[in-house]
Ligand binder design. Structure first.
Ligand SMILES: NC(=O)c1ccc[n+]([C@@H]2O[C@H](COP(=O)([O-])OP(=O)(O)OC[C@H]3O[C@@H](n4cnc5c(N)ncnc54)[C@H](OP(=O)(O)O)[C@@H]3O)[C@@H](O)[C@H]2O)c1
Length: 256
């Protein structure tokens, strides 16, 4: 969002429609459209901040103690709010993790963020983080996770779950590619739901997983909202496992 000025009104409207329907988690980042995505979110949530669970992310190169605090203040200004519900390190960079944790904790003590977490952290990064003083306060790890990308189920998701770290499944539709996958379209047709609803319902049924599809189109907001009412039958679950099998071994973390 925020890439093209002509799409702005449509994107703001899509976010507001999502809120109207009760889809109240909004994920953004200082990186997206160079701050413009945060401004669009700010416009969409103006006057309704309390309805929203607001998530943003800091660039790794802003990951020093002072850098994190300064970046957060800039994000808050663009978002037109005084606090984030969750603030994430976008991916692992070169700055010492202890610095980033110190910045996050400073922001938490000041009430500027309610919780903090990470994104694109593989098992070894998580282990290193959890061993740091205060590192176990990490609330979430945002990861690429969808039907056709299940590598995290091998050991990363269990590790996170064991430490009370929530998973946020990003690109849950594989940036739209999944919706054209014949395995998915066939299963969705049989179940009488749309491909997006099947892909999202599969993730939503998982414990400890939040799901953050992106759309700037009202018709897709309604479609994705419908996933909340889809209950997958045991037979359909078996079919899904057959078509999109879980991992059989460890693999490097995939990211976009
Ligand atoms: N932490 C990270 O490193 C990271 C990386 C990537 C993404 N993310 C987060 O994850 C969010 C979602 O990921 P994403 O945008 O990469 O991919 P996505 O949500 O898997 O897919 C978005 C694409 O699917 C389309 N779409 C959405 N709902 C649809 C529906 N019901 N029917 C047909 N098409 C539909 C959208 O087009 P329309 O807009 O036209 O509907 C868009 O082209 C991002 O907004 C971001 O917040 C995080």
């Amino acid at each position: 969002m925020g890439e093209r000025a002509r799409d702005r009104a449509r994107e703001v409207a899509a976010l507001r429609l999502g809120l109207d329907l009760g889809m109240t988690l909004i994920d953004t980042a200082e990186m997206y459209a160079d701050g413009e995505a945060e401004r669009i979110v700010g416009e969409a949530i103006a006057g309704r901040r309390d309805e929203v669970f607001l998530v943003s992310k800091v660039y790794p190169h802003h990951g020093s103690r002072r850098g994190v605090v300064a970046a957060c203040e800039r994000s808050l200004a663009r978002l037109g709010t005084d606090r984030l519900d969750l603030y994430l390190l976008h991916w692992r960079g070169d700055v010492a993790l202890s610095e980033t944790v110190a910045g996050f904790e400073e922001l938490r003590d000041a009430g500027r963020i309610r919780d903090w977490g990470v994104s694109n952290f593989d098992r070894r990064d998580m282990e290193e983080l959890l061993a740091l003083p205060g590192g176990a306060r990490c609330a979430a790890n945002q990861l690429l996770y969808h039907l056709d990308c299940r590598g995290i189920e091998w050991d990363l998701e269990p590790l996170c779950r064991g430490h009370g770290v929530a998973i946020m499944a990003y690109s849950p539709l594989d940036e739209g590619r999944l919706l054209r996958d014949r395995r998915l379209t066939a299963l969705a047709e049989r179940e009488g739901v749309t491909p997006a609803q099947l892909a999202l319902a599969w993730l939503l049924a998982k414990r400890n997983v939040a799901v953050i599809p992106k759309t700037g189109a009202a018709v897709h907001v309604h479609d994705n909202h419908g996933a909340l009412s889809v209950e997958l039958s045991p037979a359909m679950r078996t079919e899904i496992e057959r078509s999109f099998p879980p991992p059989k071994r460890a693999s490097p973390l995939k990211m976009i």
